[in-house]
Design a protein around this ligand. Structure first.
Ligand SMILES: NC(=O)c1ccc[n+]([C@@H]2O[C@H](COP(=O)([O-])OP(=O)(O)OC[C@H]3O[C@@H](n4cnc5c(N)ncnc54)[C@H](OP(=O)(O)O)[C@@H]3O)[C@@H](O)[C@H]2O)c1
Length: 233
């Protein structure tokens, strides 16, 4: 019946059937990553237009590209003993430029090695530890939940990508579904315990390479390289 097709999922009020009392409302989201999740309506959620685009009930979040951002040595090393294996101020500047205004998904170890929230970005920490609740960061207990949360936050922030900010475990779990890699090639071969996964030339096409200009706070030469997934990959 056409009259039943209106708002409120076809619930029509008549004198004998008063409209049901509103119950606690939940927002339901389907995400392009296969997860469906709901959250109780609460202050600030769904985000108000002032904080970004308002999300409607049942809105399908857009599929956003995953961008992996990493600094990688010649031998694939990205970290050592829980920290970076070099000092490269130019790379930190580039990381900031690439990630500003976007949600960052990172592993708990990377979050702890950074040790703070990065301004202008939203941090989503992935951990299996249910008691881990860093102040100001969002926490997810699986990769799927982290990507769903990141998609939601990206929509609210008006971001065009979700950034995977490391470390080794997170890069390894997401490179297969990423669409772009922003790699700083570091001209060093340090000892280290954490590596970036192999960048398969059958899958990834180098689309940009820029030789870095070494500054006084850069310990090594470097190049900024971008890859996109090749069409035949
Ligand atoms: N060069 C670079 O660009 C760069 C960038 C980022 C990081 N890094 C370096 O990389 C190193 C850290 O990397 P890492 O591989 O050791 O650790 P990581 O990826 O930062 O974090 C690993 C942790 O994330 C959580 N986790 C991972 N996958 C999960 C999943 N599917 N579900 C739930 N939780 C999950 C677990 O936390 P719980 O143990 O709490 O459960 C796990 O121990 C550091 O040395 C850091 O400095 C380098």
């Amino acid at each position: 019946m056409a009259g039943d097709q209106g708002e409120g999922r076809g619930v029509r009020e008549t004198s004998s059937h008063p409209a049901p009392k509103p119950v606690a409302r939940r927002a339901f989201f389907r995400t392009p990553y296969g997860a469906t999740f709901s959250r109780k309506r609460e202050k600030g959620f769904p985000p108000s237009p002032a904080r970004g685009r308002r999300l409607g009930w049942g809105q399908v979040l857009p599929r956003l590209p995953l961008l992996l951002v990493a600094a990688v040595a010649r031998n694939g090393v990205i970290g050592s003993a829980g920290g970076l294996a070099w000092r490269l101020a130019s790379d930190l500047k580039r990381f900031k430029a690439l990630t500003m205004g976007k949600p960052l998904v990172m592993g708990r170890k990377t979050y702890q090695s950074i040790g703070r929230l990065l301004p202008g970005r939203e941090t989503i920490v992935v951990t299996r530890d249910r008691s881990f609740s860093p102040e100001g960061a969002l926490v997810a207990h699986s990769l799927e939940a982290a990507l769903a949360l990141a998609a939601e936050r990206a929509a609210a922030m008006g971001a065009d990508a979700i950034v995977i900010a490391g470390g080794g475990q997170l890069y390894a779990q997401t490179i297969g579904r990423a669409s772009r890699l922003a790699i700083t090639e570091v001209a060093l071969e340090p000892a280290g315990d954490t590596r970036f996964p192999p960048i398969d030339p059958e899958v990834w096409r180098e689309v940009k390479r820029e030789r870095g200009v070494r500054g006084p706070r850069d310990e090594a030469d470097f190049a900024f390289v971008e890859y996109t997934k090749s069409t035949h990959g």
